[in-house]
Design a protein around this ligand. Sequence first.
Ligand SMILES: [Fe+2]
Ligand SMILES: [Fe+2]
Length: 297
Amino acid sequence: MPRSTPAPAVHDDLVLDPRDVQFDWSALPLHWIPDEPVATHVINVLHLLLPEGERWFVEVFKQALPMITDDRLREEVLGFIGQEAIHAEAHQEVLDHLLGQGLDPRPYVRQVSWLFRRVLGERPGLTAAQRRESVIERVAFVAAIEHFTAFLGNWALNSPGLDRAQADPTMLDLLRWHGAEEVEHRSVAFDLLVHLDPGYLRRVRGMLVSGPMLVHLWVRGARFMLAADPVLDGRIRPTWRDAHLNARRGLLPDLRLLARSAVRYFRPGYHPTQEGSSSQALGYLATSPAARAAAAR
Ligand SMILES: [Fe+2]
Ligand SMILES: [Fe+2]
């Protein structure tokens, strides 16, 4: 018998407010962490994956909405949908800027689009029971991916190495605004999964599929960006040692911490609120230039 997950008993006051941020990318240098093309492009993989990935989250959650029988959870899911839709468009603008700088991300984005739309998209011709099963299975994938987005968001909020390296302040605000909202809404996908299916096996399967898939996409994406960079002209091929050295300097997340965090997802008593700090996330959103400008509009 699969072990079931205890129902969450936290965040009674979670109100998710989509912040309609805008960023001006006109002055963004190609290597927005100066003289650090590897770290720049490893982080740039976010821009390759998130527009298609977060649009897919939105589609899956819209399909799940009629299956929700808890009013508070439905409100949280609607707030999540609003936030992820804005995230996708914010990262899309960076992709458009990269194209203008001579780095064409479209060949890789087409592969990501195929994965999310064709492989993980809604299948036609399913019975009602099969369709429900398909939606819950994809919610389990989203819940596992959201564990990683919360980890990365928490890292972005605690990454003084990027400030020391004089990373572009607008890009830092994008990463930290998005990271803060990922920490803020980190429990929604998991709570939705538990609401639709509290079974432990479903959760485990979501992570066993999503974790390796994300690592694979990230490695391929970093290689693609470095190869497509018009200044580097294919001279740099990233290695795991590069990733390790950049992490030691605080320019990238530590992969060992990432792996340990992924293992915590398998604990029977796991809940996303055990990771990261909501008060820190809300503290950043209160000072984020983009979030403040959005609030003033
Ligand atoms: Fe997001
Ligand atoms: Fe998210």
